[in-house]
Design a binder for this molecule. Structure first.
Ligand SMILES: NC(=O)C1=CN([C@@H]2O[C@H](COP(=O)(O)OP(=O)(O)OC[C@H]3O[C@@H](n4cnc5c(N)ncnc54)[C@H](O)[C@@H]3O)[C@@H](O)[C@H]2O)[C@@H](O)CC1
Ligand SMILES: Nc1ncnc2c1ncn2[C@@H]1O[C@H](COP(=O)(O)OP(=O)(O)O)[C@@H](O)[C@H]1O
Ligand SMILES: [K+]
Length: 494
């Protein structure tokens, strides 16, 4: 293993700080040298992305993130670039003070930020204001500086973390630098991949600073990034009975679309058979739109029972409603003990009547549903998505997919994976119904719940990216993902 093999591992801020300390104390690499390596790596990154840049403006905060900035400016100056440095107050800590002096000894001038004033012209702006040490929302004078940097229009390279983003949770407590590229040092901070962070980090680049493998011994990552995965090719002799039978339950009055999308996604996700248990008024439309779906009129639990006998996996909830009809089907379906994906009103009913789920169960809440399931408000979910996903998985005894930019997959024992794909075009109705169908299809084909959830979330998000590449993000429809989904499932189209 080399340090770069750790790039799919995600760490908390405390863990990253412990790694820094260990590099200094156990490996004997002085903190100042780490700072020099970080600055050198950042300058390489800057020149890779903007090879024609001649003037840079470097914004330095009071801590070590600012120290990285001063040293980058010193190196840039030595390399013949023009570097203007704007500093927020005095530097704190030996390394940051020394870095600032190094820049000044090389002939550079530090301009203190006075709360207002013109910013220098630059081809690239470097954000060295705050890194992992950010503790609270940016104060008004700093927020003003950030707005002016943004208004300057020159691209921004963020050092370690875009200033304003909480690197632990991805939350932005006030305003933040919106970077084009973020070069992050030593280890990937988990918060950069979820919540609000993806909107601020731009392209993420990890620089491990040449630290030896021994640094990671005994340090278990807090979470992991999903990787591209596919299923093994099908044996030539299989028949439809080998690929599972998904029963999608839902579609109360007026919500036929949700259950149809779910059923279609289960078909495109490779399930051998897909049945739909729904209201009678939807049958004709479902059959004519997608004849491969076996649509059944279900008025109540008795009509559901024979369908449950034939099914191997349930997709429970899209368009189910929370009325008497939906509630009765929900109870009967849960009592069957079949592996299942629970979504939408299936989750809202669970919030009303909490219980531990047994067997293979995947819950797919968006933050609103997650808040209902945990009895808190949505803001609390956003404040720490990692904690919320873990608590949901533990409390309900199931695999949980906490949806939204940077979807998380969590299991009751605490393992968490983060999805790096997906795009804002997917913030449109029906996308969640599709995910439910995909995960159900993967369960039906024999995946374990964790694998089905991880693979399903990854396929869904990558299908969204592929579809958006074709026609753009705005106006992306859930059903646009069905064809790319099929390609990706078969290892094509990436
Ligand atoms: N040896 C190390 O620890 C290394 C650290 N490195 C850099 O150092 C950074 C961490 O440095 P620090 O721990 O000094 O933290 P930061 O430089 O991120 O910020 C800490 C400083 O900012 C202040 N502060 C925090 N939030 C504020 C807010 N909202 N408004 C105003 N002031 C605020 C704190 O009081 C403190 O003075 C990393 O992100 C990375 O860039 C790198 O040089 C690599 C090695
Ligand atoms: N900005 C975004 N970036 C990445 N993925 C997104 C974004 N917005 C939504 N998604 C994904 O789209 C899906 C939306 O699901 P959901 O909110 O349940 O929608 P619906 O109920 O309309 O089907 C989720 O998988 C979510 O992760
Ligand atoms: K920064």
């Amino acid at each position: 293993m080399t340090a770069s093999d750790h790039r799919h591992e995600l760490y908390t801020v405390d863990q990253v700080r412990a790694l820094d300390r260990r590099a200094i104390d156990a490996l004997g690499i002085p903190g100042y040298e780490l700072m020099q390596r970080a600055a050198a790596a950042a300058l390489v990154c800057l020149r890779q992305h903007w090879p024609r840049a001649r003037r840079i403006a470097v914004y330095c905060g009071p801590g070590n993130n600012g120290g990285d900035g001063f040293l980058l400016a010193a190196l840039a100056h030595e390399a013949g670039l023009h570097a203007d440095v704007i500093a927020l107050g005095e530097s704190q800590g030996d390394d940051a003070v020394r870095a600032r002096r190094e820049f000044e000894l090389g002939g550079g001038t530090v301009h203190p930020w006075q709360g207002s004033g013109e910013l220098p012209l630059a081809d690239v702006q470097v954000d060295g204001l705050f890194g992992t040490g950010l503790r609270r929302a940016l104060a008004p004078d700093v927020a003003q500086l950030v707005r002016q940097m943004q208004a300057r229009g020159a691209p921004i390279l963020a050092l370690d973390v875009p200033s304003g983003v909480n690197a632990d949770t991805g939350e932005v407590p006030g305003e933040s630098v919106q970077a084009d590229v973020t070069v992050t040092f030593i280890a990937a901070k988990r918060g950069l991949y979820t919540a609000q962070a993806p909107g601020y980090a731009g392209q993420l680049q990890l620089e491990p600073l040449g630290l030896p493998e021994s640094l990671w011994h005994g340090c278990r990552a807090d979470a992991e990034l999903l990787r591209v995965q596919t299923l093994a090719p099908r044996p030539r002799q299989v028949h439809k009975g080998n690929n599972g039978h998904v029963l999608a339950i839902g579609g109360d009055h007026g919500t036929a679309g949700a259950i149809r999308l779910c059923g279609e996604a289960a078909l495109r996700g490779g399930a051998g058979l897909v049945s739909v248990a729904t209201r009678s008024e939807h049958l004709v439309a479902l059959n004519s739109a997608r004849p491969e779906l076996m649509a059944h009129e279900v008025n109540g639990p008795q009509a559901l029972a024979p369908l449950l006998e034939r099914a191997t996996v349930l997709a429970l909830g899209p368009g189910l409603g929370q009325g008497a009809w939906g509630h009765a089907l929900w109870l009967t379906a849960l009592e069957s003990g079949l592996p299942l994906v629970l979504d939408a009103d299936g989750l809202n009913l669970l919030a009303r009547e909490p219980r531990q789920l047994t067997g293979r169960a995947v819950l797919t809440p968006h933050p609103g549903e997650a808040a209902r399931l945990l009895g808190c408000d949505t803001a609390k979910i956003g404040a720490d998505r990692f904690a919320a996903a873990r608590e949901l998985a533990r409390r309900y005894g199931a695999i949980v997919v906490l949806k939204g930019a940077g979807s998380l997959v969590a299991e009751p024992e605490g393992r968490v994976a983060v999805c790096p794909w997906g795009n804002p075009g997917m913030a449109s109705g029906g996308m969640g119904d599709l995910l439910t169908g995909i995960i159900a299809a993967l369960l039906a084909q024999g995946c374990e719940a964790w694998q089905a959830a991880c693979l399903g979330v990854g396929l869904h998000a990558r299908a969204g990216d592929l579809a958006a590449r074709k026609g753009g993000e705005r106006g992306l429809l859930a059903s646009d993902l069905l064809e790319p989904l099929r390609l990706l499932l078969n290892g094509k189209g990436a």
